[in-house]
Ligand binder design. Sequence first.
Ligand SMILES: Nc1ncnc2c1ncn2[C@@H]1O[C@H](COP(=O)(O)OP(=O)(O)OP(=O)(O)O)[C@@H](O)[C@H]1O
Ligand SMILES: [Mg+2]
Length: 383
Amino acid sequence: MATSDQVRLLLIEDVPQVAQYVRGLLISQSAIKILDVFTDGSRAVAQIPELRPDVVIIDALLQGRIKGLQLVKQIQEAGIDVPVIVLTVPQQPVDPDPAKGIHGVLSMPFSGYDLISRVNQVHKEHQHTGDHGASQTIAVFAPKGGVGRTTIAFNLAVATAKVGAKTVLIDGSIQFADLRALLRVPADAPSILDLPTDRVVESDLGEVLWRDPSGIDILLAPPRIEMAEMVTLRDLEKVLSILRRLYDVVIIDMSVALDEINLALLDRADVILELVTYDSTTIHNTIALADTFRVIGYSPAKVQYVVNRADANAGIDPADLTRALGRVPEHLVRSEGAVVVPANNQGVPFVLSNPEAGVSQDVERIAASLLAAGRAPVAAGAR
Ligand SMILES: Nc1ncnc2c1ncn2[C@@H]1O[C@H](COP(=O)(O)OP(=O)(O)OP(=O)(O)O)[C@@H](O)[C@H]1O
Ligand SMILES: [Mg+2]
């Protein structure tokens, strides 16, 4: 069908004549459709994930509060997964550099042919990188309960989806099914146990995943505690490998135990986000866990520490925490009960219900950092 093959283009251009020129070049064809023209870059980072263009063209000479190349940088730093073509003039040459978020360049004056072929080219290349498994698996783990794993995993997943990643969240708290409780899904909502054993295929997943209104898909844990033992490592591994092919980001809300299933999930994770809070038991267990990870052979770079409720240090000196971890923790999430608790009670992600709250910004920053790091090897390989 012509419409589903259409490349959806967003143009960010403040000179009406140039926008008109581009429109004119595309008028007698249907392969590329202009979704919108923004004459100002200041709201682009917020609007792009909603509009979901396939390709964005940005004028390097864009004036206003945010200049053209500044906007390119912002889009990249926000982890928005969209190829960008920069429009420029011969007097101000710009080099294409995917590592800097510039996937193509068009220098004025250009023909309709130049425009259409460049847009199609960056679109194709971008789809191609998707096929080659730029997928990232992130295990949200902690050596102690109640430190905020489920809360952070859910909101982090939604934050990655918010900037355009296709994200699935796996409820790895297999006994207690924390996400069922958080999202108040109906008791008969299917779980991982509704997948056929030993021969899970891609098409089975469609009927089993919970499509949350927040924009992510969720693989739920079984509805009853005693059903947990029916989940086999083999099936979980198979499901994970299919999900990694289908999604840009796979996030797992892990349980505390270091059992066979959890070790297998941690092995397969690209990043272990380990939650720490300012209490002595957690810190003690974190040190013990770091030792275990070392014995298993995980590189320290596989783990990123998140200090949750980082401003509630309850008398523990942040320097002591840094000493215990052996490094400065990578991420901090502040404590904001007035935002987190009501959002959790309603089963909604605070990154959507209160996007301007400090705690939401903290989680969005982690999402952007993970997405940017996840793409780096792809960009480097493409050069
Ligand atoms: N940054 C935060 N600010 C305020 N409250 C928070 C924050 N993070 C988590 N909480 C609260 O802490 C409690 C525990 O969070 P959560 O259930 O996500 O932790 P968990 O590690 O998944 O726990 P469990 O061991 O039960 O699986 C919840 O009541 C949640 O609302
Ligand atoms: Mg939990």
